[in-house]
Design a protein around this ligand. Structure first.
Ligand code: SF4
Length: 148
């Protein structure tokens, strides 16, 4: 087992990126990690705001055109191997942000997330449930833990 796999076996760092949306999913993700009810930190799952420290990028929102470049930059800044979890119906299919014809991409939206960066796990919901977020992160772990 390599050093990266060993360290990831001890702790996983999530970076949360908002790309539009209503913040409902973001609140649930922070709830999942920090609140006493779900307390993912007890399983050594932590939040970070530093892409160089992140293992898993969790993306919410439909990816507005304004947020496309910042999302790509953050994705590039995370060291390989990395995993991406798209969280919420906005991130998966545009959710309530489709245009009036029900289309996505629309005039303001270039998502869903998988149109912009590769996605390893999809977590449905509006808003996402904390236990589903954890399940989505766990489903992406083999990619990280077996990488070296
Ligand atoms: S999926 Fe629902 S809760 Fe999440 S950002 Fe979109 S509208 Fe808000």
């Amino acid at each position: 087992m390599g050093l990266k796999s060993y360290s990831r076996g001890k702790a996983i760092h999530l970076m949360l990126v908002y790309t539009g949306g209503c913040n409902g999913c973001d609140i649930e993700i922070v709830n999942c990690v920090l609140s006493p009810k779900f307390d993912a930190e007890q399983y050594n799952v932590f939040l970070t705001w530093n892409p160089r420290e992140a293992d898993v990028l969790v993306v919410t929102g439909p990816v507005t055109k304004l947020n496309k470049k910042p999302l790509e930059k953050i994705y590039e800044a995370i060291p390989n191997p990395k995993a991406v979890v798209a969280a919420g119906s906005c991130a998966l299919m545009g959710g309530v942000y489709k245009n009036i014809h029900g289309d996505i991409p629309s005039e303001e939206i270039c998502g869903p997330v998988e149109n912009v960066i590769p996605v390893d796990a999809k977590v449905p919901g509006c808003a996402v449930r904390p236990q589903d977020i954890l399940a989505g992160v766990v489903s992406a772990l083999p990619k990280l833990l077996n990488a070296d």
